[in-house]
Design a protein. Structure first.
Length: 141
């Protein structure tokens, strides 16, 4: 029987890069009645974030903290913002990384998890391996 190292779980969030997080949060709140979390700064990721909570998932709004942020580069190509990545939950990030490496998929950065906005370890996967989509995996216990 083949060992299953990891499988994706539920969709945790869809991330949207925005040039102005306050303006974007306001339209989501005022036009759609969305419940918006408070803004957090994540210097290790080069962004500040808010989450729009809904019953079945979240939308994460990302604004760059500096011009060196990966989100700044994204916004240079997409000045009005746009979908940046999707995040799936996994129960064991180490096993997920082993499986990814075993099939030749690339983990971005130094290949090691960083702590994400929810206080959990996360990794990002090369969009070229996943139909042009940046994937984030977040370990949820």
């Amino acid at each position: 029987m083949k060992e299953i190292l990891s499988e994706i779980g539920r969709l945790n969030h869809i991330a949207i890069a925005v040039p102005d997080i306050e303006k974007a949060s306001s339209i989501w709140e005022n036009a759609l009645g969305a419940n918006i979390t408070s803004t957090q700064s994540l210097p290790e990721h080069g962004v500040k974030v808010v989450f729009i909570e809904s019953p079945n998932t979240k939308v994460e709004l990302l604004e760059p903290l500096t011009n060196q942020s990966p989100i700044s580069k994204f916004l240079e190509r997409n000045p009005n913002g746009g979908m940046h990545h999707i995040c799936y939950e996994v129960s064991n990030l180490e096993n997920a990384a082993k499986k990814l490496k075993s099939v030749g998929a690339k983990i971005l950065g130094d290949g090691f998890p960083k702590i994400g906005a929810h206080g959990n370890p996360v990794i990002f996967l090369n969009p070229g391996d996943f139909s042009g989509t940046l994937i984030e995996l977040e370990e949820i216990k």
